[in-house]
Ligand binder design. Structure first.
Ligand code: C5P
Length: 224
């Protein structure tokens, strides 16, 4: 069967990665979490005290940043490696979430990430989620989805995820982080979060996962 590129963009915690993983499994495609790359670069900058407001410091630092996606042998899902170290869990910490949107707004950072993302799509058969995948990374993708959901539902979802790992986290903290990231992502100068003109809107505030997958699989069939 013909392989296509599927892009999923949208606000934070809309369930983009859940849908992307389901689709990749069902279609036997590769799932790429583009946000993990921005998170890994942010982690590197924090660990190495890089001032990301300085173009010079960023350019020099990025020469030492090597990002890879390596499939987990048990789950088959790609995990993020930063300079040969698995950082899949570290990059989900709040300390990274608090800074990632600032780092992701830096031109040199985006240039590096986008170039690598474009290469990953060369053979198609890929589902990639993020903020600018349908607009900038794969403007010719066969199927583009733009996800949204009510803010209260998104906050609850992300809270449940983070609370598993950190019982001190509060709903208010999670809400503030989501709203701030969405604001920075949608208002930055380079590649702001936008719905591509030819993207289909998927509001999953009140859809269960099975119904959502069924609906999107219909869109996939139409696109193939
Ligand atoms: O998808 P996730 O929430 O993990 O992404 C973390 C952050 O990375 C986003 O808030 C955004 O600032 C940035 N990002 C981006 N472009 C992408 C994917 C993520 O700017 N394609």
């Amino acid at each position: 069967m013909k392989k296509i590129i599927i892009t999923i963009d949208g606000y934070s915690s809309c369930g983009k990665s859940t849908l992307a993983k389901q689709l990749a499994k069902k279609l036997n495609y590769t799932y790429i979490d583009s946000g993990a790359m921005y998170r890994a670069i942010t982690l590197y900058f924090i660990q190495n005290r890089i001032d990301w407001m300085s173009h010079e410091a960023v350019t020099t630092a990025l020469e030492d940043v090597h990002l890879d996606f390596v499939p987990n042998s048990l789950t088959g899902l790609s995990e993020m490696y930063l300079n040969n170290e698995n950082v899949e869990h570290l990059i989900r910490e709040m300390i990274v979430a608090e800074k990632v949107s600032e780092v992701a707004a830096v031109k040199e950072v985006r240039d590096l990430a986008v170039a690598q993302q474009k290469k990953m799509g060369a053979r198609k058969g890929i589902v990639m989620d993020g903020r600018d995948i349908g607009t900038v990374v794969f403007p010719h993708a066969e199927l583009k989805i733009f996800m949204t959901a009510d803010i209260t539902i998104r906050v609850e979802r992300r809270f449940k995820e983070l609370y598993e790992k950190n019982k001190n986290i509060t709903l208010e903290e999670v809400k503030q982080n989501l709203e701030l990231r969405d604001y920075i992502d949608a208002n930055r100068e380079i590649s702001p979060l936008r719905k591509a003109e030819d993207a289909i809107i998927l509001d999953n505030s009140h859809l269960n996962l099975d119904d959502q997958l069924q609906l999107v699989m219909q869109w996939v069939e139409d696109a193939i």
